[in-house]
Design a protein around this ligand. Structure first.
Ligand code: HEM
Length: 452
């Protein structure tokens, strides 16, 4: 046992004194977090970092209460959001009127009908990227798939309003930011005056990204159109008073959307290759389905309804590796949750990573088994599954608005790649992720692409 534990009957919340094991926490934070998940088995617990305390809620009833039933009482602000606020400002990732305006402005371009309409463009971009891959080549999966995702996402976001040159500057700048922010995300209570590794890279990445985004926004303001991409929807938004939104607001939302869309999608897909390598029976079923449905054609939305096993693989991938693994909330009013009193101002941490591994809801929780999501074989056990025992995309008013885009993109990329190549993993990848703002593998995932 690693974390220091004691029981406080007065408030019934078990406390994990993480400051006592700080060196171990810093070395392998996820190990400590998994330990807390195992020991708490769904109870609301408290983690104590010494200078900062929070509750951890993993039981699906508590998750549902916080994200959906009592969402107005659990806001996205407080210590843990501070480093992200530096990056996203007051945008779709905030709360209050700015969030409301952002969500309302983006909603029309994110409906199933609209996303289905852009699916052809996403497929065309993915096919073009895949056609450029050489059979026999060894690739760094994160970087290469990252390129495929970025190009597809930027098409959806900007239509044709961003040049290839700007695109090529944006993606690496953002990748640097995502890596550099990890320390701040893990130690959010450190004041900004205390320097941490990554600060300089973060600043440089933000400058580079801002110079591209403000220039594209300026171009749009000079030559506006009625395009139905995310970018145009944001630029055309009107404030409550009917005025034009500021360039800063558009920029903050673009950064927030870009972060949520690319880092998560790339992160999730990177985990696929080690999982297929260690589960050849899953890989064989996936190849069989893709060969049968896609064959030698370019992959397209027309194939998606028949890629049922591919869908299950993606769902199970996000159960084991829910890349948005931790999202905090701050209680406005005091409440009782599972017999534990949560005070006004307290932080509650939600983690799909912990909930998705609760044995009570997920038998053999550590096993990768896409058949859990086979709806044709619904067992009494899966019929009883709690809606909030699986929440890789959150829930309630802040539920991910990119879920449908992600599913289309992920299935098209997997089917497109595997219809042409059999990936062979080079080297071992540890099962346990490295954590930052998202879950990343501990080392690069290198694969060799063998022609089918
Ligand atoms: C594997 C892929 C993805 C995962 C795991 C994921 C996960 C999440 C989660 C957990 C939340 C809820 C955050 C909270 O409640 O505080 C969220 C919100 C959000 N996601 Fe995603 N996401 C993914 C892909 C995408 C994509 C592709 C887009 C954009 C096209 C996107 C855009 C957003 C936005 C804008 C929000 C904030 C919504 C709001 O607060 O109103 N996400 N996502």
């Amino acid at each position: 046992m690693t974390a220091a534990v004691d029981t406080r009957p007065s408030q019934k919340a078990r406390t994990f004194r993480l400051y006592r094991t700080l060196p171990r926490l810093l070395k392998d934070p996820l190990k400590e977090i998994e330990q807390i998940g195992r020991l708490s088995s769904g109870e609301l617990v408290r983690v104590d970092f010494g200078v900062f305390r929070a509750h951890v809620a993993s039981h699906p009833d508590h998750v549902q209460h916080i994200l959906r039933d009592d969402a107005a009482n659990f806001l996205r602000d407080g210590t843990f959001w501070r480093p992200l606020h530096r990056l996203f400002g007051d945008s779709i990732l905030g709360e209050g009127p700015d969030w409301d305006l952002s969500r309302r402005s983006l909603q029309p371009v994110l409906t199933t009908r609209h996303v289905n309409a852009v699916a052809d463009r996403i497929a065309a971009s993915i096919n073009e990227s895949i056609a450029a891959l050489e059979p026999g080549a060894s690739i760094d999966a994160r970087a290469e798939i990252g390129g495929v995702v970025n190009r597809a996402v930027l098409k959806v976001f900007f239509g044709d309003k961003i040049s290839d040159a700007d695109n090529d500057r944006l993606a690496p700048a953002f990748d640097n930011i995502a890596t550099a922010i990890a320390f701040r995300f893990l130690l959010p209570f450190l004041p900004e005056s205390v320097p941490v590794p990554g600060d300089r890279a973060f600043k440089k990445g933000v400058e580079e990204m801002d110079s591209v985004l403000f220039s594209v926004i300026g171009d749009y303001r000079r030559r506006p159109d009625d395009g139905a991409d995310f970018f145009s929807a944001l630029c055309q938004a009107r404030t409550a008073e009917g005025g034009e939104v500021t360039d800063r607001w558009v920029r903050d939302n673009l950064v927030a959307m870009f972060a949520t869309a690319t880092e998560t999608t790339v992160g999730a897909l990177t985990w696929l290759w080690p999982l297929l390598d260690s589960h050849p029976e899953v890989a064989a079923r996936l190849y069989e389905e893709i060969d049968r449905v896609v064959g030698g054609e370019p992959v397209g939305p027309v194939h998606l309804p028949r890629l049922t096993y591919t869908k299950q693989v993606v769902q199970e991938l996000l159960r084991l590796y829910p890349v948005g693994w931790l999202f905090p909330r701050r209680a406005v009013r005091p409440v009782e949750l599972g017999g534990v009193s949560v005070k006004s101002g307290d932080t509650v941490l939600l983690s799909p990573f912990l909930t998705h591994r609760l044995g009570e809801y997920w038998p053999r929780p550590l096993e990768f088994d896409p058949d859990r999501f086979d709806t044709s074989r619904a067992t009494p056990a899966s019929g009883r599954r709690h809606r909030y025992s699986y929440f890789p995309f959150g829930g309630g008013p802040h539920q991910c608005i990119g879920m449908h885009i992600f599913n289309i993109e992920a299935e098209l990329i997997i089917a497109g790649l595997l219809s042409r190549f059999r990936p062979v993993l080079l080297g071992q990848v540890p099962e346990r992720p490295r954590i930052g703002a998202t879950l990343r593998p501990r080392r690069e995932v290198e694969i060799s692409l063998q022609a089918v």
